[in-house]
Design a protein around this ligand. Structure first.
Ligand code: CDP
Length: 798
C-alpha cells in the first residue's frame, strides 16, 4: 500500500487506523446490555444446588421442604429431568454430561437440583432446604490415580467404560522418531505439568429462557460465544424445531473459552420456562463459575528432544496425560482428541516427531476448554519452549542461538510440520532479532554475569509461539460433524450507510470497531457509516462463533469477501452511471472512475443510491449480500516474548524487570486493538506463571476456588510491556493478509516468565519449577537444589 493510500485509509477509519473502539462508548457510560441487565415481565429466577462432595452415590433427594417455601414455583431434580430424557446431555466431544445428577455426583460443585422461584434469594433458600443423602466414594484427582490398579470407575453410567481412560491417541512417526533418538548425541528430557486454570471472565455464565406457548417460540438470552451452535444443540437435545429457537447473545463480559460449552443451568432454565410458561433467569454466582464451569489445561507431559552436539534438533518425542475431569466436554475439532496439542514444535525445523496422549476422567469439574487459545495450543507452546530452554542448557548453548539455528527459515514456507500442519508464512529469525535488540541481550548477559558475582540473581527468559488460528478449513475441522467456516452479511442502504452482521460474537475484542474497518477498506465507506451486529441467531448468518482467535481469520475474511461482492455489483452500477463498459471502470478507495478520463467518476455512495433508484435494465435492485468463508488453511501468527527478572534468593520472590513482545500477526486491522489484545494476553500469562492455581485435595475438594485464593492480576501488580510491531508477514491466503492475535500473548507468554526464573537460578542444578512460581516454590528449589513439581499444595501422588 502506498503512503497516500495508507493516509486515505486512516481518514475513513480503514485498515491500519487505530480507531477508537465504538463499543466502549456504551460500556464506559454504564449502558452495556448484559444478560443480567435483561428483565422480562413475569420473570422467575433459578438457583442451583451443587454437590459438596467430589464422588458420592446419591441415596435420596428430598425436596418436600423446598416446595413448601412460599414463592417457589418449581424444584427440578435429575429424576424429573430423566422423565423427559434430559438428565444427561451430549457434549461437544461425543461424551455425555449429567445435567442434574441422578445416580452419583462426580465432582464437587456438580449440579444436583435446582429451584425456580419469584426471586433469587427465595430460590437460594429453597436450595438449602433440599435434603440430599450421599454415600461418599473415593475420589480421583489426577491421571496417575485414574489409571492405578483398583481405581474406582468414575463413569460407571457408561456402557463399555471399564476404567477411567477416555482415549489413547497418537500422531507422528514412531519408527522414524525412535531411529532418530538412536542416533542422537544428546537426549534432553523434561517432565512438566501445566496446572489447571480457569478463564474467570468478569461476567459469569447465565441465561434467560422465554418460551411463548402462543407462538411456540423459545427465545434464550445468554452469554454464549457460539449462539448458532447453542441453537443447534437446543434443537437436537430438547427436540424443538430449530426455526422456533432464537438465541441472543447480548453484550458479553469476557468469554475466554469459558462460554463455549453448554452448561446445565441453560438446560434447566429452558425446561423450566417451557414447563412454567414464564421467562426463567439463571445467573451464576462467582463461586459457581469458578468451581464448576470450563476449566483449562491440567496436563502432565513427558518430553524428550534428540539432539546433535552442534545443537540441531533431530526429533521430538512427547507423552501427554490430560485430566479432563468427570465429563469429556470441551470443544475440539473431532479428529484431534487432544485438541491440536500437536501444533507443538511447528516453528522449528524438526525432521520427525511422535506424540502420544492419554485422556482420563477424574473427580473434578469438566476441563480442557480452550482458555484464550486455539484448543490445546497453550500447553503445546509452553511444553515446546520449556523443552527448548532445557535442551539449550543441556547442550551448554545460548538459548537465543539454539532457537535461531532450529527455526524454520523464511525460504521454507509454506512449511509442513512433523505433525502434518502446513504453516502459511513467517519471519521467525527477524522477530527474534528485533526482540534481542529491544531487550539489549548482550548487555543483559554481561550484567547478569556481574550481578551473580555479587550474589544477585538476574534471569532472562525467551519464549516463541506460533498458533494455528482460524479453524476451518471445513475439510479438516468440524465440531460434532458441523463443518468449521464462517459468514458475513452486508446490507448497504441507499444513502451509503450499511449494516454488517457476522456469525462470530465479540466478547470484548472489538469486532464492532474492526469489522467496520474491513468494510471501509474494501468499499471506501467511512467506518463510522457501518454498524456491526452479532449474536442474534434470528438475524445473523450462520457461524461457528468466536473462540480460538478464529474471528479475524474466518469471519473477518468473510467480511472482506462479502464487501467484495458488493463492490463487484457497485462496479456494474458505476459503469451504468458513467455510461461506459465495465472493463473501462477503475477502482480507488471509495470511487470508480473511467480509465481514460480519471476525472469522470462516481462514489460508492452514488452507486448505492443507484442500486435502489437507477439500476440498469435487468439488474436485481438493492445492494445486499452474504458470504460464507471456508478458509483454505489456518493462519499462523508468530511471536517472540522476552522477560527479564530478578530473583531474591532469600525469599524466592521474583520481580519482572522488563517484558518485550514482538508479535507478527500479519496485517493489523486496528493497531491499537491489537496492542490491547497483546497486553491483555501478557497480563494473563504473568498471572498463570506467577500467582494462579486451583488444586484439589485427596478427597477432591476444590482448593482455592474463590477470588481470595485464585488471584486475578490488577494494574497494581501487572508489569509494563514494550511492544514491537515492525515485523509484518501477511497470510498469503487471507483476503487482507491478517492473522489472528487475540490469544497469542497468553499462549506464548507463560514460558518466557518461567524460563527467566530458571535462567536466574542456573547453577543450582534446578531444571524445572512447575507453575505457578510462588515464592515458596522458588525458595525451595534454590535452597534444596531440586525441581519442584506438580500443583501446590503438593499432589496426593507425590
Ligand atoms: O476471535 P477473536 O476476536 O477473539 O480474536 P482475533 O480474531 O485475533 O481478534 C481480536 C481483535 O483484534 C479483533 O477486534 C480483531 O479484529 C483485531 N485484530 C486486528 O485488528 N488485526 C489482526 N491482524 C488481528 C486481529
Amino acid at each position: 500500500m502506498s503512503v497516500s493510500q495508507a493516509l486515505d485509509e486512516i481518514k475513513i477509519g480503514g485498515l491500519g487506523a487505530s480507531r477508537r473502539r465504538v463499543e466502549d462508548d456504551r460500556f464506559i457510560r454504564g449502558k452495556g446490555n448484559y444478560t443480567d441487565d435483561i428483565t422480562l415481565p413475569g420473570m422467575l429466577h433459578l438457583e442451583i444446588l451443587r454437590s459438596p462432595l467430589a464422588h458420592a452415590r446419591i441415596k435420596s433427594i428430598d425436596t418436600s421442604k423446598a416446595w413448601d417455601i412460599p414463592g417457589v414455583h418449581l424444584v427440578l431434580t435429575g429424576e424429573m429431568m430423566a422423565t423427559r430424557n434430559l438428565a444427561w446431555m451430549p457434549t461437544l466431544s461425543y461424551d455425555t454430561q449429567a445435567v442434574l445428577a441422578t445416580d452419583k455426583v462426580r465432582f464437587q460443585g456438580q449440579e444436583v437440583a435446582c429451584v425456580i422461584a419469584d426471586d433469587p434469594y427465595i430460590a437460594k433458600d429453597a436450595c438449602e432446604a433440599i435434603d440430599v443423602e450421599y454415600e461418599p466414594l473415593p475420589a480421583i484427582v489426577n491421571p496417575a490415580q485414574a489409571v492405578a490398579d483398583g481405581a474406582p470407575v468414575i463413569r460407571d453410567d457408561k456402557e463399555n467404560q471399564p476404567d477411567n481412560v477416555i482415549y489413547n491417541w497418537e500422531v507422528g512417526d514412531k519408527a522414524g522418531t525412535d531411529r532418530a533418538f538412536e542416533q542422537a548425541d544428546v537426549v534432553s528430557r523434561l517432565r512438566l505439568h501445566y496446572p489447571r486454570s480457569h478463564p474467570s471472565p468478569i461476567e459469569c455464565c447465565g441465561s434467560i429462557a422465554d418460551f411463548n406457548r402462543a407462538t411456540s417460540k423459545l427465545t434464550v438470552y445468554m452469554t454464549t460465544q457460539a449462539p448458532h451452535i447453542i441453537r443447534a444443540a437446543v434443537a437436537l437435545v430438547a427436540e424443538l424445531p430449530e426455526h422456533m429457537i432464537r438465541i441472543v447473545s447480548p453484550d458479553i463480559g469476557g468469554g475466554f473459552g469459558n462460554k463455549v460449552p453448554v452448561y446445565p443451568g441453560y438446560v434447566c432454565s429452558i425446561l423450566a420456562s417451557i414447563l412454567l410458561e414464564r421467562p426463567v433467569k439463571w445467573i451464576e454466582d462467582k463461586s459457581g463459575n469458578l468451581i464448576s464451569t470450563g476449566f483449562a489445561r491440567d496436563i502432565y507431559l513427558d518430553g524428550e528432544l534428540a539432539l546433535r552436539k552442534d545443537g540441531k534438533i533431530l526429533a521430538v518425542r512427547m507423552h501427554a496425560d490430560a485430566d479432563h475431569g468427570a465429563f469429556f466436554s470441551d470443544a475440539q475439532p473431532s479428529k484431534f482428541k487432544i485438541g491440536l496439542l500437536h501444533s507443538t514444535f511447528a516453528c522449528y525445523d524438526v525432521p520427525v516427531a511422535h506424540l502420544t496422549a492419554r485422556g482420563t476422567y477424574s473427580n473434578k469439574a469438566p476441563g480442557g476448554v480452550a482458555y484464550r487459545c486455539s484448543f490445546r495450543v497453550t500447553e503445546a507452546m509452553f511444553f515446546q519452549e520449556r523443552m527448548i530452554a532445557a535442551a539449550a542448557a543441556d547442550l551448554g548453548m545460548d538459548p537465543a542461538e539454539f532457537r535461531r539455528m532450529n527455526f524454520v527459515t523464511d525460504e521454507q514456507f509454506p512449511h509442513r510440520t512433523p505433525f502434518g500442519f502446513l504453516l502459511d508464512s513467517g519471519q521467525y529469525a527477524k522477530c527474534l532479532d528485533v526482540g534481542l535488540k529491544a531487550v539489549g541481550y548482550e548487555d543483559f548477559r554481561r550484567q547478569q554475569e556481574e550481578a551473580r558475582k555479587r550474589g544477585k540473581l538476574l534471569g532472562l527468559g525467551i519464549s516463541t509461539m506460533t498458533e494455528p488460528l482460524g479453524a476451518g478449513n471445513s475439510r479438516e475441522y468440524d465440531i460434532l460433524g458441523i463443518k468449521m467456516f464462517d459468514s458475513a452479511e452486508l446490507k448497504v442502504h441507499m444513502t451509503g450507510k450499511a449494516i454488517l452482521r457476522t456469525g462470530a460474537k465479540t466478547q470484548g475484542q472489538g469486532h464492532e470497531t474492526t469489522w467496520a474497518q474491513i468494510v471501509a477498506h474494501e468499499l471506501g465507506l467511512p467506518a463510522e457509516d457501518v454498524i456491526v451486529e452479532e449474536g442474534d441467531t434470528d438475524t445473523a448468518p450462520f457461524g461457528m462463533g468466536t473462540y480460538a482467535s478464529r474471528s479475524t481469520p474466518v469471519a473477518g475474511a468473510a467480511v472482506s469477501m462479502v464487501a467484495r461482492k458488493i463492490r463487484a455489483k457497485a462496479r456494474r452500477l458505476a459503469a451504468h452511471l458513467l455510461e461506459v463498459s465495465e472493463e473501462d471502470v477503475e477502482w480507488e478507495l471509495g470511487r470508480f472512475y473511467v480509465r481514460s478520463s480519471p476525472d469522470r467518476g462516481v462514489t460508492i455512495q452514488e452507486c448505492a443510491m443507484a442500486a435502489y433508484s437507477n439500476m440498469p435494465d435487468g439488474m436485481e435492485p438493492g445492494l445486499e449480500n452474504t458470504a460464507f468463508y471456508d478458509p483454505p488453511n489456518l493462519t499462523w501468527p508468530f511471536a517472540v516474548y522476552l522477560v527479564t527478572v530478578e530473583v531474591d534468593q532469600e525469599t524466592g520472590v521474583w520481580d519482572v524487570l522488563n517484558i518485550v513482545a514482538v508479535d507478527d500477526c500479519g496485517v493489523r486491522i486496528n493497531p491499537m486493538i491489537v496492542e490491547g489484545q497483546i497486553m491483555g494476553g501478557l497480563t494473563e500469562a504473568y498471572a498463570m506463571a506467577n500467582m494462579q492455581f486451583i488444586t484439589f485435595d485427596a478427597e477432591g475438594n476444590c482448593v482455592g476456588a474463590n477470588y481470595m485464593d485464585y488471584l486475578l492480576p490488577t494494574a497494581w501488580e501487572t508489569p509494563g510491556f514494550e511492544l514491537h510491531s515492525e515485523v509484518v508477514t501477511p497470510s498469503p491466503h487471507h483476503p487482507i493478509g491478517a492473522k489472528g492475535i487475540g490469544e497469542c500473548a497468553a499462549v506464548g507468554g507463560p514460558a518466557a516468565f518461567v524460563n527467566a526464573v530458571i535462567d536466574a537460578i542456573a547453577g543450582t542444578g534446578v531444571r524445572n519449577i512447575d507453575m505457578p512460581l510462588l515464592p515458596d516454590r522458588v525458595w525451595e528449589a534454590i535452597t534444596h537444589g531440586h525441581d519442584v513439581s506438580g500443583a501446590p499444595p503438593v499432589r496426593a501422588d507425590d
